[in-house]
Write a protein that binds this ligand. Structure first.
Ligand SMILES: Nc1nc2c(ncn2[C@@H]2O[C@H](COP(=O)(O)OP(=O)(O)O)[C@@H](O)[C@H]2O)c(=O)[nH]1
Ligand SMILES: [Mg+2]
Length: 360
């Protein structure tokens, strides 16, 4: 059964979103309420995450005539405090968690958390090779943006916290796209910090990709006009600053100049961080609606379960993985093989698969 995760500001909001995305036939599998923010960047925010699935025979239509509250009441997961012990034992999550201890152990070893964990363990066969079955499920469940690996939009903007690897990854991506016969230009909006322009300009020179700098709206318009014949324009940004509100406004103002229909935002997240910290950072960058993730610093961590769990939770697929500081070599397009090769216990030799991948 296919599961979908939807996050809203409240339970009703999440159900409404799920209903408009997947139609009337959705049923709620589980619900989780949590808060984010309250850190340097953001106010504390309430979220409600629901995991839902399509009821048999339903789900083809979009929102029908029924009132949302009626639908929500019908779909609501029972309050656990009202269930008897035997009913509790019969819940899907409980059954799947106890069904295959080997599969559960492998997921825990890789720091895979709910709702991805539950989705992967759901109705797990009690016999058979747990690693093989899990591999297959991971490949089917984890979101990979294959389309954008080959056909990026005209503007590809890299956002993410300072130090997460935006500039380095952008340079590597410029090389990847350039290698596929696309003509690529780079515009950096990070023209304030000392050395920021020099860093990207040096990458541009080494890769033979032209780099322009734009610190104000008119400069950005001129730069995009100059590159209008390019297939893809990669845009480097500064990280949002917890202290400098003016800088954040300026970044938002600059980015609002780009044609939204021709722009994708890619968020860089470091795989060496805890999932909760990645989620906190994401809250600050959610305003840009990132369509995909570039996961950096795989070389600094043993497993990528934290990032996969996060990606599934927020519904943003993975696009690229980077595993070192070398430009342009240390980057891979996200794929099932690359994902499994960076997880413990799945029997894929990282170095071998890396070498094979670099042959293509
Ligand atoms: N180990 C490792 N370091 C990386 C990786 N990607 C970037 N870095 C390093 O992280 C630091 C910050 O990268 P940078 O691209 O300047 O981050 P930005 O501030 O987001 O633009 C630099 O020293 C990079 O060399 C990676 O995949 N692995
Ligand atoms: Mg940078």
């Amino acid at each position: 059964m296919q599961y979908y995760t939807v996050v809203g500001d409240s339970y009703d909001d999440a159900v409404k979103k799920a209903r408009s995305l997947y139609g009337d036939g959705i049923r709620i599998h589980s619900r989780r309420d949590y808060t984010t923010g309250g850190g340097l960047f953001t106010k504390r925010r309430q979220h409600c995450e629901i995991v839902c699935y399509l009821a048999h025979g339903g789900g083809s239509g979009r929102s029908g005539e029924r009132d949302i509250s009626e639908f929500a009441a019908e779909a609501k997961t029972p309050d656990p405090s009202t269930l008897t012990t035997s009913e509790m034992l019969d819940t899907e999550i409980h059954r799947t968690r106890t069904e295959n201890p080997e599969a559960a152990r492998m997921l825990d070893q890789n720091h895979i958390t709910d709702p991805l964990r539950s989705a992967l363990l759901e109705s797990f066969p009690s016999d058979g090779d747990a690693a093989m079955i899990l591999s297959d499920r991971i490949l089917k469940t984890v979101g990979i943006d294959y389309g954008k690996q080959i056909h990026p939009r005209h503007f590809v903007v890299f956002v993410g916290p300072t130090g997460s690897g935006k500039t380095t990854t952008l340079a590597k991506v410029a090389y990847l796209y350039g290698r596929e016969e696309r003509s690529v230009g780079i515009i950096t909006l990070d023209s304030y910090r000392t050395g920021a322009y020099d860093q990207i300009a040096a990458f541009g020179t080494a890769l033979s990709v032209p780099v322009l700098s734009a610190g104000a709206e008119d400069e950005l318009i001129r730069a995009t006009e100059k590159f209008s014949w390019k297939d893809t324009i990669l845009i480097d940004t500064m990280g949002l600053s917890p202290k400098d509100k003016e800088l954040n406004l300026r970044l938002r103002g600059l980015l609002s100049m780009l044609d939204g229909d021709r722009t994708d935002y890619i968020m860089t997240v470091s795989a060496s961080m805890k999932e909760e910290d990645i989620m906190d950072q994401y809250t600050a960058y959610e305003q840009f609606s990132p369509s995909a993730l570039a996961v950096t610093k795989l070389d600094e961590t043993e497993t990528i379960g934290n990032v996969l769990s996060f990606s599934y939770k927020v519904g943003v697929p993975v696009l690229f993985f980077t595993d070192g500081q070398k430009v342009p070599d240390d980057i891979e397009k996200a794929s099932g093989t690359v994902i499994l090769s960076h997880m413990k216990g799945f029997g894929l030799d990282m170095k071998r698969s890396r070498a094979q991948l670099s042959l293509d």
